[in-house]
Design a binder for this molecule. Sequence first.
Ligand code: 5GP
Length: 181
Amino acid sequence: MHKDIKEILLSEEEIAEIVSRISKQISEDYKDKNLLLVCVLKGSVCFMADLMRNISIPFKIEFLRAKSYLSGSTESAGEVEVRSEIDHLDEYDVVVVEDIFDTGRTLQRVTEKMLQDGAKSVSCCSLLDKPERRAEGVDLPLDYVGKTIPNAFVVGYGLDFDENYRGLPYVGILKPEVYGG
Ligand code: 5GP
């Protein structure tokens, strides 16, 4: 285990089980639809890449940027900026692929943007869910959830602290002394 990690929350084996379960659900739910997987950069890249290799029906992919956390901080900045330029969105049933549903503001804002831009339908898939952290006014349902976790700052499997730790093959709790917590 990496020296800055206090505890592993999601092992490689558990991640593989989650990917397999959610890929099967999406493949079944979208078999008669025109599926577009939209990956929220950057934290969701590992999850997206694994889902892509396990979903058994045809689909297309896109990426968008959403920024809510201040660099070098473990707290959300509150406002979420979404940058996406997806063509022909009106042809697709979108599944947004996210790493963590925390305050929920990012997925809520991304969903609004996809619908504004004309998507036929939008559902949300998140590897992790931290329900204790939900912000007031966020009432978005999560359609596909990997695992519900307690309120701790986690890194690995795409998730960073100050752009580090994204390459860890598991999700772990970062030692608070690393971020001065
Ligand atoms: P939300 O808008 O739901 O508050 O936050 C979503 C984004 O905040 C996630 O996509 C992720 O980038 C970041 N985030 C939330 N919690 C954590 C965490 O525990 N660790 C890391 N690395 N990022 C987090």
